[in-house]
Design a binder for this molecule. Structure first.
Ligand code: NDP
Length: 282
């Protein structure tokens, strides 16, 4: 039976340290502030926003929310971003995803100044990431590496297979893993025969958002399995991995919930504090 990679516990340990850092900054008159722009009423976003708000409050980080109507046009989104870019009281700025289809998301993300781009989605920060410059790191990828490091799971020369090529999970994670000398494969919905790749993975990361996608037969004996997926099935939160069966083959596995999720929120807050420090020359 695999050992659990306990993200919830690690997140709370890291939060204790981060809270101290926030307190020190506050003693110097610096109040780390995250601003989130939410557009429309996506039900998943509501849950994420609530979690962020709670975690920020626990850490002493100020969180501001700008709620825009679903039918807002691009010009008004850009206007708000420009206003928040210029607002010195805001250290970190992000757009809650997804956004309504009429909007040009890439243009909006590109409008956020790199100094405040906490999600690392502006073109220059994405470029920096692939160049190995850790200006800001995308939260989920950062959280996954923190978890693997905490359990001393070596990445050097390992075959890592990631299912999912999104800009927020698969691609930035690949960039960070390459830098750590892993051999990385990224699979997606057009990949033929996923199992051919996943069976060779020393570390398998699934970020597809498809419950039941990863079956025990697709996993190498002794592999490390990281389940990023968050899916609602019959009122329960499950990942992409058939947990009970895969846990019999894997050496380590993340639970869902309690694995990558808590670390993502924690890592986001760490990035907020990192950006705040840099803006204040600390
Ligand atoms: P996206 O929908 O943006 O990306 C999903 C990716 O998975 C795409 O690249 C897609 O391929 C691929 N994919 C979908 N179905 C299959 C399949 N059957 N076989 C192979 N590849 C497939 O999602 P996100 O990256 O935003 O999120 C992925 C999951 O992770 C979701 O469940 C989300 O809720 C969760 N998540 C969890 C976080 C956490 O902290 N735990 C943080 C962020 C996300 P293609 O590109 O071809 O469409």
């Amino acid at each position: 039976m695999a050992q659990l990679l306990n993200g919830k516990l690690l997140a709370s340990q890291r939060a204790a340290k981060l809270k101290e850092e926030v307190n020190k900054l506050k003693q110097q008159g610096i109040k780390p502030t995250l601003c989130v722009i939410n557009i429309g009423n996506d039900p998943g976003s509501k849950i994420y926003l609530k979690t962020k708000k709670r975690r920020a409050a626990e850490l002493g980080i100020t969180q501001k929310l700008y709620q825009l109507p679903a039918e807002v046009d691009q010009a008004n989104v850009v206007k708000l971003i420009d206003q928040l870019n210029a607002d010195k009281s805001i250290n970190a700025l992000m757009i809650q995803l997804p956004v309504p289809h009429q909007l040009n998301l890439n243009e909006a993300l590109g409008r956020i100044i790199p100094e405040k781009d906490v999600d690392c989605l502006s073109p220059s920060n994405v470029g920096r990431l692939w160049r190995g410059d850790h200006f800001v790191e995308p939260a989920t990828a950062h959280g996954i590496l923190a978890l693997l490091d905490h359990y001393d799971l070596d990445l050097h020369g390992k075959n890592v297979v990631i299912i999912g090529r999104s800009s927020i999970v698969g691609k930035p994670l690949a960039a960070l893993l390459l830098e750590r000398d892993a051999t990385v494969s990224i699979l997606h919905s057009k990949t033929r025969n996923l199992g051919e790749y996943t069976k060779n993975a020393d570390i398998l990361v699934s970020a597809a958002g498809q419950p039941g996608l990863v079956k025990a037969g697709m996993v190498k004996q002794g592999a490390v399995v990281v389940d990023v997926g968050i899916n609602r099935v019959h009122g329960q939160t499950v990942g992409d991995v058939d947990f009970a069966d895969v846990a019999q083959r894997a050496s380590y596995i993340t639970p869902v919930p309690g694995g990558v999720g808590p670390l993502t929120v924690e890592a986001l807050m760490e990035q907020v504090v990192g950006l705040t420090r840099r803006q204040n020359g600390r």
